[in-house]
Design a protein around this ligand. Structure first.
Ligand code: FES
Ligand code: FES
Length: 160
């Protein structure tokens, strides 16, 4: 018999109840049970950061958490960034600054950067460089990613 638990998650503001097997990771609950497939799985070992989502506002590797551990939590995924057809400032900057090629790592970088900038609105390029080094990108060499996050940090500061 499967060891299942009824859990409640709010994902991008949408409440969900889902029967989750206790062995299922949060990443699998999001992708397979709830259809939020924007969260990508690379290593499934906590190394690459492709699966990064926000759990109560804090970036977390969703491959390293069980879904049942997130019971009652507010989850932010990449699907929550755009406003309808309008991309977020970070998404646009990644595109404009060539911060993505295959795009596989991009959801994880976007969620990481969102949380980092919310916590560190005055971050310098060096601090941003260090923050994004938490995640792995096999395509871009990081330059475009650092440029994109730095540009958004500057423009948000100007608007504040
Ligand atoms: S898939 Fe979770 S850190 Fe790589
Ligand atoms: S854009 Fe391909 S892995 Fe980062």
């Amino acid at each position: 018999m499967k060891d299942q638990h009824l859990i409640s998650l709010t994902v991008n503001g949408e409440p969900h109840e889902v029967l989750a097997e206790s062995r299922r990771t949060l990443a699998d609950v999001l992708r397979h049970d709830l259809g939020y497939t924007g969260t990508h799985l690379g290593c499934e070992h906590g190394i690459c950061g492709a699966c990064t989502v926000l759990v109560d506002g804090v970036p977390a590797r969703s491959c390293l958490m069980f879904g049942v551990q997130a019971d009652g939590a507010e989850i932010g995924t990449v699907e929550g960034l755009a406003d309808g057809d309008r991309l977020s400032d970070l998404q646009e900057a990644f595109s404009r600054r060539h911060g993505l090629q295959c795009g596989f790592c991009t959801p994880g970088f976007l969620m990481l950067a969102e949380a980092f900038l919310a916590e560190n609105p005055g971050a310098t390029r060096e601090e941003i460089r260090e923050a994004v080094s938490a995640n792995l990108c096999r395509c871009t060499g990081y330059q475009g990613i650092v440029e994109a996050v730095t540009e958004v940090a500057e423009s948000r500061r100007e608007r504040a």
